[in-house]
Write a protein that binds this ligand. Sequence first.
Ligand code: NAD
Length: 447
Amino acid sequence: MVDFKEVKIPEGDLITVTNGKLQVGDHPIIGFLRGDGIGLDITPVMQATVDKAVAKAFGGRRSIAWCPLYFGLEGLHHYGTVFPDEGIAAIKHLKVAIKGPFTTPIGEETHVCLYCAHQQYHSGRCDNCGRDDGVSPRYRSINVGLRQSMDLYACVRPVRYFEGVPAPNKYADKVNFIIFRENTEDVYAGHDFQKGSEVALAIIDLIREKTGREIRSDSGIGVKPISVFGTKRLVRKALQWAVDQGLSSVTLVHKGNIMKFTEGSFAKWGYEVAREEFGARIVTEKQLWEELDGQLPAGKILVRDRIADSIFQQIQTRPDEYSVLALPNLNGDYLSDAAIALVGGLGLGPGANIGDEIAVFEATHGTAPKYTGQDKVNPGSIILSAAMMLEHLGWNEAAELIIQGMSAAIRDGKVTYDLARLMHREGRTDVEELSCSGFGEAVAARM
Ligand code: NAD
């Protein structure tokens, strides 16, 4: 047993990985990071909902052993830092964790308050909320830190419609797909050089020298690396998800018509990994039409590619034709937000960052500090992320109960203030506005 100072590992089964497969006992130990701000409200509601779903699905034979891990405000209190090494070591040890949102400093100020997200130029007491134990020196995003320190290379976002949610798109009820966005490469890799800097000017010179092509000398320069390694491991994960969940297509989305050797190669290498490692399970679009008369045989996965701009149209006009989408980083970022807007917005968007062995599930919204501790906000995002986590563990029965409970609560108009407001605006008169914990109970009662 690894020795931790602040982390107390509870009784239960340690999750292990053998030959790339998760080994999950009946009482797996799962890390949970409460999060800052409304993390305080939503994380306990998520835990209670998951416990009820698991108990109901497996008749008490299975349960989760929750292990608190301290980051953000809790990290500051336990370790004096928002991003403790021990927390990272503990997630690596446990393999699966779920997190609430964390405060991310964005301005130029040197300090940030982890209670109310106020930024200021001194430590000690917060000028906004008056608390004197929550002000931290500024830091880089905890979310980015988690991804980078554990190489969580796939950002996974399921997008589905829940009946009753006011959504702008006529075909919203046909939306049910999952996005795998590459998390470590592309123009987001951080190779971004200021106009006039030594590196920017050297790159401009190099390109002129080697290709004869000119770039304006007053340009900022970004570099867009997309590798065989980064692409294949992302597409492999998307294909494996389709296999594990019995889904019928994986679509490689790219802008290869313009950027042949980065975006275009993403599609090329994606097809390669599909053929090399999933050969017997996959059918390409060419095979579908030339050999199979357009009929996908049962159990097979259609692998195809689409240009990025067309996919933004397709998810609006024919969303039911897509089940798994795999994209490079930048387009994946845009598409994830556009897709969630189709079904009514970020409030109910779950997500996860997944690597080869480790997975961290997360609420995708922020800390909404003005609502902290009021038992008011919508816990839907983190509860649905927990459902994804249960699928990841192979506990699909419990995940389905959560989806079923949440669908029914929303359909019945038992919702938190954010959805209640939208439903009222649509003219619904049977809506009951519930608290955060009240919504959790409404979901559990309908499982
Ligand atoms: P936010 O998502 O916290 O809040 C924006 C608005 O959305 C809120 O005022 C609230 O009205 C609404 N909202 C958010 N979550 C809700 C929920 N669960 N239920 C109902 N309504 C909800 O974004 P922000 O105000 O820009 O950021 C606040 C802090 O959160 C910042 O420090 C920011 O950097 C951080 N943040 C963290 C994450 C993350 O940890 N994944 C993501 C986004 C923002």
